[in-house]
Structures are given as structure tokens and as C-alpha cells.
Design a protein around this ligand. Structure first.
Ligand SMILES: [Zn+2]
Length: 216
């Protein structure tokens, strides 16, 4: 037991820090006017006329879009993990194919895909929809897929006091498919394995079969 609990302590410290900084840096409301001004500037800069009919409402529309895409900056995913049930169930719980939309922080272009989340309860079981809620909050921030995967795994490990957490995310990044190297169809896969899923190869193999079994 000492192995997993030590990991839990390290995780707790680092995640609290990250979430804390986010909280400090994220004001209560999105400054829509400021985004509108910036979008008008971009339109000017590329040689467009922001006042022509088709573009007139675009800055305001884009501002509202960013407010929606980044609404997770002003939300704490932990609120969805506070209500749990005490159950004896100690086998894998898996929710597969949780769809999400996020935004790559390097290009501000969408990446969309699916998250598969599994955990081994350590006495605490939560409603399955809560896993999807956590994905939603963490996705709706300027993100990189690697950090998104790790953040979700750490949150669950800590809040559920699980014996293990496995998070696998598959996504198509539009910054790779429509610009740059332009490779449509390429899928980025990331995984974060914690606790028993990290230390026990057969437990890890079991969850990977549950996720991908029928598709192989
Ligand atoms: Zn990108």
C-alpha cells in the first residue's frame, strides 16, 4: 500500500499547484470587447475589410466562440468528483468513447476526439456521467493533449482515492490536418497510467483490451 499512497501524495501537491495558478490567472469573466478588437485587428492584418457586410458581426461571434471554447478556465473539475458512493466493487470501471472538443494552445485551433477513462475503485465509486463532466471542463481550456490526459488521470487518482486510473485519449488535431504538415486522418494517442495500471502489466493489458478489444 505504501507505493500507491506515496504516488498519491506527490500527485496531490503538483496538481493543487497547477489548479491554483490557473485560478489566479483566470478572471471571472471573459472580456468579449477585447477579443472583438483583436479579431478586427487580425482581419485588417490579413488585408480584409472588417466592415464589409459578411464580416461585420464576425468579431462579436468569434468572441462568444472563445468564451465557449475556454469556459473550462473558470471552472473547477473537482466539483464533479465530490459526490461519490461507497461500494465494495473493486474491478475495473471503464467509460469508453467520451467525445470532447478542445483547443490546441499552440495554434488556437480545435482538436477533437475521444477519451477512454478507467479506474480501479479504492472504496469510492462515482456516477459515470461525472467522468464525462471532468473531461468537458479540462478540455475547454487552451490545451495540449498530453497535459489534458495527465490532468484527468491525476484528478481521478486524487479525488477518488482510486487504486489505479487509466486515461487514453485519441484526437485529430486540425493544426496538423489543415495547416503545417497537412496530414488528414492522423490521430494522436496519449495515455496516462496510474497506480495498479502503471505497476501491474496484466491490469494494464486488461484495460487496454477493454478499450480496444473488439476493434483490433
Ligand atoms: Zn497545434
Amino acid at each position: 500500500m505504501s507505493g500507491p499512497s506515496q504516488t498519491g501524495e506527490v500527485v496531490r501537491g503538483s496538481l493543487r499547484g497547477e489548479e491554483g495558478r490557473r485560478g489566479d490567472g483566470a478572471p471571472g469573466r471573459v472580456d468579449l470587447t477585447r477579443i472583438e478588437k483583436a479579431v478586427r485587428e487580425i482581419l485588417h492584418a490579413v488585408g480584409e475589410d472588417p466592415d464589409r457586410e459578411g464580416l461585420r458581426d464576425t468579431p462579436a461571434r468569434v468572441a462568444r466562440m472563445y468564451a465557449e471554447l475556454f469556459k473550462g478556465l473558470r471552472e473547477d473539475p473537482r466539483v464533479h468528483l465530490q459526490k461519490f458512493f461507497t461500494e465494495k466493487y473493486d474491478e475495473i470501471v471503464l467509460v469508453r468513447d467520451i467525445s470532447f472538443e478542445s483547443c490546441c494552445e499552440h495554434h488556437l485551433m480545435p482538436f477533437v476526439g475521444k477519451a477512454h477513462i478507467a479506474y480501479l475503485p479504492g472504496g469510492r465509486v462515482i456516477g459515470l456521467s461525472k467522468l464525462a463532466r471532468v473531461v468537458e471542463v479540462v478540455a475547454r481550456r487552451p490545451q495540449v493533449q498530453e497535459r489534458m490526459t495527465e490532468t484527468i488521470a491525476r484528478l481521478l487518482m486524487e479525488e477518488l482515492q482510486a487504486r489505479g486510473v487509466a486515461v487514453v485519449i485519441e484526437a485529430v488535431h486540425t493544426c496538423m490536418t489543415v495547416r503545417g504538415v497537412r496530414k488528414p486522418g492522423s490521430v494522436c494517442v496519449t495515455s496516462a497510467m496510474k497506480g495498479a495500471f502503471r505497476s501491474n502489466p496484466s491490469t494494464r493489458a486488461e484495460v487496454m483490451t477493454l478499450i480496444y478489444g473488439e476493434r483490433r
